[in-house]
Design a protein around this ligand. Structure first.
Ligand code: ACO
Length: 200
């Protein structure tokens, strides 16, 4: 039996579990501190199971907190790639990142740690994606795009070549990003424009 724990038993956690199964993990347990039917993190640590943990939480701040907690306890954090995803030559995928079904990441792109590359996203060549970033389903990033840590690129958005999206920034669903967007900004629309500053 190949065991893994998924930290977070929400909808996102279920999809992560499915990818784990497709990577040969046939014994999956969920850790969740908010739902009594699942193992709490504290109880998981007490059991000293010595199995890897994958992060199953969509919110970037929470995911970062859970990542640090796991690292503090010396747990190994699994990186999961769906078998249908295509990762080109020279792609680096950081620890704890989950790459979902039908995603394509092209040459020489760096993906940070604990990112979510959600279903059917396309990250073209020479992108630089920071840590704890969520690229939602069907996002397309053209060549040479940079995205800072903790940012969320909303479902169905596209970003043209050479654009920089700052850190802690949220790009709303269906946006067309044709100009750089600063750190800590909520932006959306076609063309995508800053709407307001974000404090977290
Ligand atoms: C597998 C998964 O599910 S992964 C998750 C995928 N989901 C996403 O990526 C969602 C991304 N989130 C969004 O697009 C959200 O709408 C946000 C973050 C941009 C804004 O959310 P909120 O701050 O709650 O905005 P709210 O819903 O109150 O809307 C405020 C106004 O902005 C407009 N608005 C909200 N989002 C958008 C958007 N993406 N594009 C254009 N206008 C928008 C609304 O129509 C509303 O306009 P109004 O005041 O004229 O009525």
């Amino acid at each position: 039996m190949k065991q893994i724990a998924i930290y977070g038993a929400s909808g996102h956690g279920k999809v992560v579990a499915d990818i784990a199964r497709l990577n040969g993990y046939d014994d999956i347990l969920f850790i969740d501190d908010g739902i009594a039917t699942y193992l709490s993190f504290e109880r998981f640590v007490q059991q000293q199971l010595d199995i890897p943990v994958a992060l199953g939480v969509g919110n970037a701040q929470v995911r970062a907190r859970l990542y640090r907690r796991c690292r503090e306890h010396g747990l190994s954090i699994e990186t999961l790639v769906h078998p249908s995803a295509v990762l080109a030559d020279g792609v680096i995928v950081g620890e704890g990142t989950v790459v979902m079904a039908n995603s394509v990441v092209n040459s020489d792109t760096d993906i940070g740690k604990c990112c979510i590359l959600n279903t059917s996203c396309v990250i073209e060549h020479d992108n630089s994606i920071g840590d704890f970033v969520h690229i939602a389903p069907q996002v397309a990033c053209a060549g040479g795009v940079k995205i800072g840590d903790y940012s969320h690129i909303g479902i169905g958005s596209c970003i043209i070549q050479g654009i920089t999206v700052g850190s802690h920034t949220v790009i709303g669903a269906g946006s067309v990003v044709v100009k750089n967007i600063e750190n800590h900004i909520l932006a959306y629309g076609n063309p995508c424009k800053p709407i307001k500053e974000l404090t977290s």
